[in-house]
Design a protein around this ligand. Structure first.
Ligand code: SF4
Ligand code: SF4
Length: 434
């Protein structure tokens, strides 16, 4: 009699995940869309190979050993394979479920536990960490990590990554109380702006630009004080209970304001909140939309000036593949007078940012970033527009490393710049970049 083997994956893969797994017909259409497979050519680092491994683990034919974990960790969860798949395999959900099993089967490092469980969900902790980082940057103590003997004290990975962090702004965007900004002119509707965790501290100027663009185009904007991390990084790391806790917490806070929309300007957070809602019955009454989704659906006020130089649009994976949004940001850009929109080769290919991927899989992340820089360089763009703070940080770093004369802007920043010469344009909220 054969022995029944129970693997941790068969325990977390419920009937729905097993059904999704069986939808793969092994056709391989997803292979050319997969950045990790295209980079190293290994079947086990392709979507089909990873699904095969998941299937083997569910059936107990393989263990969740270190080789299995390596192939799963190297995945960007960019979901490009979902867009390419003719069978509609929901790879992102299967990968996050697999990572939950992996997370449950190993002891987490103390740093990872502290970061995910304590720092990211707390604006107090984030303020402390970023204030300390700002002081280090101002005193240029970060340069010490490249000089002997201090360099011996800092792990090589951190030394490599330290220049990728932008200057930390003086203040975060969120306040300790709710803030409302009224629509300018005729009111079109009401929105609640999701401000997240790291973005609130590192990209306050993008949130401020978003709020100005929205009020200028007729929306009352509310920014709730007590919102927190969306939990996307926890989902990528397989942290099941924190993922549910943070998504539930945010949704209940954001749903309280009777707004017409919850607007998200971070593709990663938006994709996570939307996809979380497809798997739980949250009872949420408000529609979650990406900023570009909302702006493309209305008649924008005509921008006053155009951008100074050719503009290329780089598609964030979590907007394109995670939310199926591609035409909207491009349509908005096309409405800017005098814009010279230039094509970007492989603009739909991941830049290697992918949440904490640049920290955990630095080598692959840098390879993807270098390929992206080749394409940006040959596009002739003076401005690259994106719609995700992680991509913006990664692209900025790539531009700096390569010494390109290219500015990387969030879509909201470019629109804000094109609207702002109008004397009636709102000056509030204001936030300075670092
Ligand atoms: S999510 Fe991205 S990296 Fe992962 S298998 Fe799919 S295409 Fe490849
Ligand atoms: S995931 Fe989709 S595209 Fe890839 S092998 Fe399976 S069925 Fe084919």
């Amino acid at each position: 009699m054969s022995e029944t083997v129970t693997s941790p994956l068969s325990e977390v893969f419920k009937a729905e995940e097993k059904r999704l797994l069986n939808e793969c017909i092994h056709c391989g259409f997803c292979l050319p869309a997969c950045p990790t497979y295209m980079e190293n050519g290994k079947e086990m680092d392709s979507p089909r190979g990873r699904l095969h491994l998941m299937g083997a683990a569910v059936e107990g034919r393989t263990n969740l050993d270190s080789a299995f974990e390596e192939h799963m960790k190297l995945c960007l969860v960019c979901r490009a394979c979902e867009t390419a798949c003719p069978s509609g395999v929901q790879f992102g959900h299967l990968m996050e479920t697999t990572r939950m099993a992996l997370a449950e089967s190993r002891t987490k490092g103390r740093f990872e536990q502290f970061l995910l469980g304590t720092v990211l969900p707390s604006h107090r902790w984030l303020s402390f960490v970023f204030t300390a980082t700002r002081i280090i940057q101002i005193l240029r103590l970060d340069k010490l990590s490249t000089i002997l003997p201090f360099s011996l004290l800092v792990p090589e990975k951190l030394r490599k990554l330290q220049p990728s962090l932008p200057p930390v702004p003086l203040r975060r965007f969120g306040k300790s109380h709710d803030v409302h900004y009224p629509a300018v002119g005729q009111k079109r509707g009401t929105v609640t702006l999701f401000t997240g965790c790291v973005m609130d501290h590192l990209f306050p100027h993008v949130h401020a630009a978003t709020a100005r663009v929205l009020t200028w185009n007729g929306y009352d904007v509310t920014i709730p004080s007590d919102q927190t991390c969306c939990g996307a990084l926890h989902a990528h790391a397989g942290e099941k209970s924190m993922t549910s806790f943070l998504a539930d917490e945010n949704i209940s806070i954001l749903d309280n304001y009777n707004s017409d929309y919850i607007v998200v300007n971070s593709a990663g957070c938006g994709a996570h909140l939307k996809s979380y809602l497809t798997y739980v019955d949250s009872g949420i009454s408000v529609k979650i939309v990406d900023l570009s989704e909302l702006l493309a659906s209305i008649e924008l006020k005509p921008p006053t000036v155009g951008p100074a130089g050719p503009v290329a649009y780089d598609e964030p994976c979590h907007l394109l593949h995670g939310q199926g949004i591609s035409a909207e940001p491009k349509a908005i850009l096309e409405r800017i007078p005098g814009i010279d929109l230039v094509p970007l080769k492989d603009g739909d290919r991941c830049c290697g940012s992918a949440g904490s991927y640049s920290v955990t899989e630095t080598e692959m992340s840098l390879n993807l970033l270098e390929a992206k820089m080749d394409d940006i360089d040959s596009s002739g763009a003076a401005i690259v527009v994106t719609a995700n703070p992680g991509c913006q940080m990664q692209l900025n770093w790539g531009v700096k490393r390569r010494g390109l004369d290219v500015e990387v802007l969030h879509l909201a920043e470019l629109l804000d710049r094109c609207f702002s010469p109008d004397p009636e344009y709102p000056s509030e909220p204001f936030a300075r970049a670092g």
